[in-house]
Ligand binder design. Structure first.
Ligand code: C5P
Length: 397
């Protein structure tokens, strides 16, 4: 019951995915949310107002000019008496209207009139989704702070395949929880580093580290889900920015350190990035091959984990590092915990036999002042969830 006392205004627009929205309503109510729904005219072609009314247990709103609606519940009140407004499915048409501020029916008027958080779950044919117009509209909405969940890639209603499937009801539910639920870490600030860093050799070449960012991004997402105000400092990765997390994109270790220091004070710091240990003074122009073998003079990069762990006013209460080792995992990780001064180390075996890099799975051990906990093999998401539970327990104790 994560959404007790939360009020969701659900805008259902006209797409075949609207049938899944019925399931979303059921799940929202199971979590204790009160749901009011607005249907566009087109939506009523896909789901009946009676079905929506039965599931929400509330009157369904459709017509801006219906006098009874206006006397009982004006569109402005409808828009304001919600903790979050969710548009699911959000058609290309509705996204376009929202992007430019058209208000020509009850749904679009309520969306223009609200200053509450808005979450959209786009659903449409993949060509409509990929169309520059839709992409530009979504970019505009995102810039205004509107959150977007999905769409997913898969089979579409007309027998085609591509991006455009509405996110599943459980994914939308999870996004709503992230945005409005009170998690156990509510009121706490967290900082997570993730991904590799790139150290320029010249304008086209760089030194890098083998890291997909999957583990760090999953941790940022899990902390945000637990209610922490989370900042993710990410090196270059292919991972999408997690929903509900403030993301700073950086390239080099020195930029990553600067961004971390700017994010302080925080109570929780998790350094999951594979920071390049060395950098070189970058050549201003591309180094040419005919000039003989270039010599790279390596300089040591700052150690972000050790810097954050240093005693002082700004030291986070809980600093967690990672130790990726290919041999003597526990012994090396224990030493690392002491050398860096962090509170916990998550040790993982990255020997080629474990194929941890880039994979979705991870076998880790948590090392703190009391000893070592061996965790079973888990997905990186599960490792993130387990770590977050441990963090919650730490602050509860
Ligand atoms: O020393 P090593 O790279 O093995 O330590 C790993 C841990 O230290 C990770 O938590 C990593 O994010 C952090 N680290 C860092 N800055 C560096 C090197 C490592 O924060 N320059």
């Amino acid at each position: 019951m994560s959404l007790v006392n939360r009020r969701v205004l659900l805008v259902i627009t006209g797409g075949i995915a609207a049938y899944k929205t019925l399931d979303l309503i059921r799940r929202l109510r199971e979590q204790g949310a009160a749901v009011r729904a607005i249907l566009t005219e087109a939506a009523t072609q896909f789901v009946t107002p009676l079905a929506v009314q039965t599931l929400t247990g509330e009157k369904v709103y459709r017509d801006i000019f219906a006098l009874t609606d206006e006397s009982e519940m004006g569109h402005l009140r409808l828009a304001q008496e919600a903790d979050i407004v969710v548009v699911a499915p959000a058609t290309a048409d509705m996204l376009a209207k929202m992007a430019v501020g058209i208000a020509d029916d009850l749904a679009s008027t309520a969306l223009l009139a609200t200053d509450k958080m808005i979450l959209v779950a786009p659903a449409m044919n993949h060509r409509m989704w990929l169309n520059e117009a839709t992409q530009a509209n979504v970019a505009r909405l995102t810039m205004r702070g509107i959150k977007c969940v999905g769409p997913n890639t898969g089979s579409l209603a007309e027998g085609e395949t591509g991006p455009g499937r509405m996110a599943e009801p459980l994914e939308i539910l999870s996004a709503i929880e992230l945005l409005v639920a009170d998690g156990p870490l509510k009121g706490r600030r967290a900082l997570v580093t993730s991904g590799p860093t790139h150290e320029a050799i010249d304008p086209v070449r760089f030194l890098a580290n083998r890291s997909s960012g999957k583990q760090g991004h999953a941790i940022a997402s899990a902390l945000a889900h637990a209610g922490a105000e989370t900042v993710l400092i990410s090196g270059p990765t292919a991972e999408p920015d997690p929903l509900g997390v403030r993301v700073h994109h950086v390239e080099s270790a020195r930029d990553m350190l600067k961004a971390c220091e700017a994010a302080l004070p925080v109570e929780i710091a998790v350094c999951a990035a594979a920071v390049a240990d060395w950098r070189v003074e970058p050549a201003p122009q591309k180094i040419k091959k005919n000039g003989g073998l270039p010599v790279l003079r390596l300089e040591e990069n700052p150690d972000i984990l050790a810097t954050l762990s240093r005693p002082g006013n700004l030291r986070p209460r809980l600093v967690i590092g990672f130790a990726a080792e290919t041999e003597n995992l526990i012994a090396h990780a224990r030493k690392k915990r002491e050398a860096k001064g962090c509170d916990w180390i998550v040790a993982n075996d990255v020997s080629p036999a474990m194929s941890t890099f880039g994979s979705d799975n991870n076998t880790v051990h948590l090392i703190d002042a009391n000893g070592v906990e061996d965790w079973p093999p888990q997905s990186k998401r599960e490792v993130a969830a387990s770590l977050t539970r441990r963090i919650v327990d730490f602050f509860a104790a």
